[in-house]
Design a protein around this ligand. Sequence first.
Ligand SMILES: Nc1ncnc2c1ncn2[C@@H]1O[C@H](COP(=O)(O)OP(=O)(O)OP(=O)(O)O)[C@@H](O)[C@H]1O
Ligand SMILES: [Mg+2]
Length: 247
Amino acid sequence: MNPIIEVQNLSFKYSETGAMILDSVDMTIQKSSITAIAGLSGCGKSTLVFCLCGAIPKSLPGIMHGNILLEGNNIKDLSLPSLAKKVGIVFQDVDNQLFLPTVEAEIAFAPENLCLSYDEIKVTIERVLANLNIEHLRYKNPSQLSGGEKHLAAIASVLSLDPEIIILDEVLSELDRENKDLIIDTIKLLQQSGKTIIIIDHSIKHLMVADTILLMRKGKIEDRIEVDEDHELLYNRLSDFFLCQGV
Ligand SMILES: Nc1ncnc2c1ncn2[C@@H]1O[C@H](COP(=O)(O)OP(=O)(O)OP(=O)(O)O)[C@@H](O)[C@H]1O
Ligand SMILES: [Mg+2]
């Protein structure tokens, strides 16, 4: 087995006096896998992926214990630019992620910051727009897009750096059926090309796209399910998990 991410005894709270949000989380994520994280609202899913992409503690401060290793390297020792090339994330609150006047500018933003050449950036923009089939959104202003289109634009901006690990925090729930299918197909293609994907979702149907499902409760990983078992049994097991928590 070849873990690309290892989380060791990770605990986090947003402030000295606040409640513990992540409580001794241990987990591994295999390279080129699709991992889904599920759990009740407020259990810490977004906080966990903020830690995996380095937003916590680099941009969002708090009190953190434990280690996160990316390909064996402690995330604490990686600079933000090298982290951005390794881990791309579409945040749940996508409006905060999009701030430029066109989708094209969003896609170009990270490569420009890494000083790629004009020609490389042009090729990147065209590759990403074609991969997501969103050429028609190229010159649109993200603030005027629908919720689903905004998520597609954010995914496009994340794919611009071709990161090894791609995290999608509740992206599918905002999309209409056609775009949902497009993103699920894109996730599978990205996996086939060797990428590691992490999705957060509440829908059992979407969770089953994953190879592994991590069930979270109150800041802990409560269960790890490999999606190779009978799908009907798995569906019932996931329904029980959500029902037990009053979803
Ligand atoms: N910036 C912050 N400062 C303080 N507390 C926060 C902050 N962000 C989140 N929290 C708290 O941390 C807890 C976990 O929130 P988080 O967003 O990680 O949960 P979640 O599982 O992603 O929930 P949801 O399914 O609703 O997205 C919640 O109690 C939330 O209020
Ligand atoms: Mg969340």
